[in-house]
Design a protein around this ligand. Structure first.
Ligand code: DP6
Length: 328
């Protein structure tokens, strides 16, 4: 088929932290979730990716953080490139070069920024000119949370019911713009159970899963109202609750599993202690032991100081709301 494209396209996408979590797929091939979710794109952690489709290559060549990856390590990227070839009609192998910019020791490398950057670079390099909505749909096929990283600030992934209707939309607001996320890395190593496996197992074995679906609807409506009302207290309270409800699905799976370590619990208790002493902050936790503290600019100093003292200054990174995907 076509052999025309060989331009290199470079993009940058930032990672996002979910405040209302995505945890479970109705369709794992198309990545259609059971629930909608809501996130904040962050300025500190991002992936830069270049893609070139090249007639001189006999197979895809994938380099991540200066290492050529092959076999299972590159399968998800390769499968994604297959999808781009199918959708664009371009039948060439690709050279992919991707670098994750994550502050030292942050342990926050994310499939969200990776697949958002790859979707934007690969589709453009293949000659497609997708709208942001279609880019969000494409990124979703690589990793669900990636569909949210196409946009900056607060973003809602509307679950939809099929490939055409499941995509993210930005929440246009000037509210809560002094929000900060203090990322605390208690553990650098890879999580023992990937989000992909963990959520599938929770759907299959947790008796609480049907309740989660109902509760997320309410949590999402409430957090959107909190953003609209510029109500940080309600925003933080719902975020923390929703994260705990997600982790309850791992505790109630059969057999149960847990992403927290002892240090995660220490950090959670410290957030609560600070809050009770008048420093308003909340936490959220993804599929791993690290915690993200949700606060406002005015309290960043004392929170950073507290957690640097407890865990060491290199473990703490402060992030602000970040931008959507960009072409360089
Ligand atoms: C806990 O987007 O990594 O971070 O779609 O299987 O690639 P796949 O999963 P992924 O899961 C993210 C799970 C989460 C919550 C969230 O980001 O909403």
């Amino acid at each position: 088929m076509t052999t025309s494209s060989n331009k290199t396209v470079t993009t940058v996408a930032h990672t996002n932290i979910a405040l209302i979590k995505y945890w479970g797929k109705q369709d794992s091939e198309l990545i259609i979730p059971y629930t909608s979710s809501l996130s904040l794109t962050l300025d500190q952690f991002y992936t830069q990716t270049s893609v070139q489709f090249n007639a001189n290559l006999s197979e895809d060549r994938i380099t991540i953080d200066d290492h050529v990856v092959t076999g299972t390590g590159s399968k998800r990227v390769h499968d994604f490139l297959e999808l781009v070839r199918q959708e664009s009609g371009l039948n060439l192998s690709a050279e992919v070069n991707s670098t994750n910019h994550v502050p030292t020791a942050a342990g926050l490398a994310s499939s969200a920024s990776a697949f958002a950057a790859l979707a934007a670079a690969a589709s453009k390099a293949a000659g497609m000119n997708l709208s942001l909505t279609d880019l969000s749909r494409l990124a979703r096929r690589g990793s669900g949370s990636a569909c949210r990283s196409i946009f900056g600030g607060f973003v809602e992934w509307q679950k939809g019911f099929d490939d055409a209707s499941s995509f993210a939309v930005p929440i246009e607001t000037r509210h809560l713009n002094d929000i900060r996320i203090v990322a605390l890395t208690v553990e650098k190593h890879q999580k023992p159970v990937s989000s992909r496996k963990g959520m599938a197992f929770s759907v299959k074995t947790s008796p609480y899963y049907p309740t989660w679906i109902k509760v997320v609807d309410a949590d999402l409506a409430n957090i959107k109202a909190a953003i609209k009302d510029n109500d940080f207290t309600r925003f933080g309270t719902i975020s923390e609750l929703n994260a705990m409800r997600m982790h309850a699905l791992t505790l109630s799976a059969d057999p149960d599993f847990l992403y927290f370590t002892g240090d995660t619990l220490v950090a959670m208790n410290e957030v609560k202690r600070l809050r009770h002493s008048g420093i308003e902050c909340y936490y959220t936790i993804d599929a791993g032991p690290n915690i993200k503290i949700i606060c406002q600019q005015a309290n960043v100093k004392v929170i950073t100081y507290t957690f640097s003292t407890l865990f060491g200054p290199t473990k703490v990174t402060v992030a602000k709301p970040g931008p959507g995907v960009k072409y360089l």
